[in-house]
Design a protein around this ligand. Structure first.
Ligand code: URA
Length: 237
């Protein structure tokens, strides 16, 4: 659907109509690779990528971040005691943002933050079984027997066994290094799965969700906007 650029920008809360005009005049708005010249120009936001000072502007002011969650902060919007992932973000939409799913306070890695409730819902829906891949350090020798048990599903004290999970041993030793893919998101799931085979997770990091992988350049605590391609990957799942 075609829409005037100045209206699109104002709807996306980049600024008021007059502020938006000023931004265009100053060359701060890009349409794909080109600097926008006029607010009256009509664009199709499904086709044309719009940028304000280099940051992509989405329809209706939706924003999407990828964060490498650090240890020690909680993945919630508010907390009485600890710092939250939201408090790490500087964004004019910050008050609307929420994390898509939870990571434990001591877990690091990929966390999506957005104000797009529909996307969050579709990623978290238990029926969708979106794959989540974790890297873990585990105290104790992880064995092929553990691999089979993860694959069959484990009793972690719920009504049902967990869904089959893929456990890959990267190194087995007194401290083992593994990768695990799970398709659900039960509370402390990975830690409880290792407990069920008498082992303890001592470090946990989420490295992917669906087809989206954590940008290794992001240090713990750092975040950036998702690219259009990454957003499409998330929607594909
Ligand atoms: N499983 C856990 O035990 N903790 C997390 O944070 C995520 C998955």
């Amino acid at each position: 659907m075609l829409i005037r650029l100045d209206k699109f920008l104002a709807d996306a809360k980049v600024g008021s109509r007059s502020e938006v005009k000023e931004y265009i005049k100053k060359g701060r708005i890009q349409l794909n690779e080109e600097t926008a010249q006029r607010g009256e120009v009509k664009i199709d936001p499904e086709i044309t990528q719009v940028f304000f000072d280099g940051t992509q502007v989405y329809k209706k002011g939706f924003v999407y971040y990828m964060m490498n969650k650090p240890k020690g902060v909680v993945s919630a919007t508010t907390d009485n005691v600890s710092e939250t992932v939201i408090s790490l973000i500087e964004d004019k939409y910050r008050d609307e943002l929420f994390p898509v799913g939870r990571l434990d306070k001591d877990t690091e890695g990929l966390l999506i933050l957005t104000n797009d409730g529909a996307l969050a819902h579709s990623l978290l829906s238990p029926k969708k079984h979106v794959d989540k891949t974790y890297y873990a350090l585990v105290r104790g020798f992880v064995t092929e027997q553990d691999v089979s048990e993860f694959c069959e599903g484990l009793d972690i004290g719920e009504k049902k066994l967990t869904m089959p999970a893929d456990l890959r041993i990267l190194k087995s030793g007194e401290i083992s290094e593994v990768e695990v893919v799970i398709r659900e998101g039960k509370f402390h799931q990975i830690k409880r799965m290792f407990q069920a085979v008498s082992k303890e997770v001592i470090y946990l990091k989420r490295i992917s969700m669906g087809k989206l992988t954590l940008d290794e350049k992001l240090q713990p605590g750092e975040y950036r906007h998702l690219t259009k391609e990454e957003l499409a990957l998330l929607r594909e799942k």
